[in-house]
Write a protein that binds this ligand. Sequence first.
Ligand SMILES: [Cu+2]
Length: 157
Amino acid sequence: MKKTIEILIEFIAFFALIFIFVGLPLVINWYDSSYLPSRYPKGTKIINLTAKVSQNSCLWTLEKVNSFNYWWKKFKFAEEISVREGDKVVFRVHSADVLHSFAIPRFRIGPYEISAGKVKEITFDARREGSFKYLCWLWCSDCHGDLKGRVIVSPSD
Ligand SMILES: [Cu+2]
């Protein structure tokens, strides 16, 4: 009897480990790639943008920043974010570390405070073409001045 219980506990522990190391990442990936986009109207362009400060460099990136890659990965600066005129855009703005702020002044968007670990969703109608500066609006670190890029709205065909 005792042997049966031990086998049962090992069996449960084994499947719990499988769930943690395989199932959980799959669920998180499904949430990001399938569930989240389905919450918005069809055709919405979702842009995940993350502000990051480390090793005396500040950047906005479109790449996913997490606790594993934060320290070692060289993230690509999202100097230009391209959308098309007429696009319905949702910025999902994250901060990987400190309190930041997001604004696109020429579209009167923001400034919105972006707390670490939280996501701020900002909708944006790309209703005119051009190149529009986006930036961090509050002094977040010594390299705060680098936290700026451009949203390029190109004409629709
Ligand atoms: Cu800043």
